[in-house]
Write a new protein. Structure first.
Length: 276
């Protein structure tokens, strides 16, 4: 992790974990929309997985007529054709950071476990579950999904009770967004991050990291400290990590070319995540 990473304003971490995996690939991303594209390119679309989402937000919004996305991902002549399709979608903004999950359900994401906090009351869990599943099935009346409602496959848990929700025989995709740590003191953030990291390393397999576009002043997270801690923990996994880091300048160049948009990474007073 170089000096640029230490200046990250916000960031998050995505880990795809499978007990059978022999390496831990790490892919750095700055937006959960990018998470969709990475998963669509690198995960078996027909292999059921459980997604654990450590995030202050549910990211559960549905995409209108999302069956078209599911079909298009599979009705391609080759992986190269799928990659070309995903590149077009990325340039067009087909998938956004708040709706990237739904079109990957029920496969490869067979179940979502949203973990918004370390400890939640029963009423908090019930309220968040109702809000998330309402977003997930929000388009069903206007654009019925072929498989109907997905609300039974999206659950809410706090960290303390997460183990009860897991199937030890099913591969995992784990995402960690730094806004999960908002509202905690610096020492509490470090402790919470370490606890999650150690827990995920217990599942262990594929790592991915992404950043959110909110400034740290809003999230209340000292990203520099957490990223430094993350880097140290990463180095402690000997001979099992495959890292894929792309500097923000390279990503921004690709986006300008494909979408004709200008990156706001240098906007005054609003530092952005530097790696994808």
């Amino acid at each position: 992790m170089n000096r640029r990473a230490a200046t990250l304003c916000t960031a998050a971490l995505l880990i795809a974990a499978s007990a059978a995996a022999k390496v831990l690939p790490i892919y750095i991303e700055d937006n959960h929309a990018g998470t969709f594209y990475w998963l669509a390119q690198n995960v078996d679309l027909d292999q059921p997985c459980t997604l654990i989402l450590f995030d202050a937000h549910s990211d559960a919004s549905g995409i209108f007529d999302s069956d078209k996305i599911r079909d298009a991902l599979r009705n391609v002549a080759s992986p190269e054709n799928r990659n070309a399709l995903l590149d077009r979608w990325r340039g067009q903004g087909v998938v956004q950071c708040f709706n990237w999950i739904e079109s990957l359900m029920p496969a490869p994401i067979a179940k979502v476990i949203w973990v918004p906090a370390e400890k939640l009351s029963t009423s908090d869990i019930r309220k968040r579950s109702q809000e998330a599943t309402a977003l997930l099935d929000g388009h069903l009346e206007a654009a019925p999904r072929r498989l109907g409602s997905l609300r039974q496959t999206y659950v809410v848990s706090d960290f303390n009770n997460l183990e009860k929700q897991l199937n030890p025989n099913e591969p995992l995709i784990v995402t960690i967004d730094l806004d999960y740590f908002a509202g905690l003191s610096a020492s509490e953030q470090e402790t919470a991050f370490a606890r999650i990291w150690d827990h995920v390393c217990h599942f262990a397999s594929v790592f991915k990291k992404r950043g959110r576009s909110e400034p740290a002043a809003q999230t209340g997270v000292d990203c520099r400290a957490l990223i430094a801690d993350y880097a140290n923990r990463l180095r402690a996994v000997p001979n099992r990590c495959q890292r894929s880091l792309k500097p923000r300048e390279e990503i921004d160049g690709e986006r300008r070319e494909s979408a004709g948009t200008r990156s706001d990474a240098g906007a005054a007073g609003r530092s952005r995540a530097n790696f994808v």
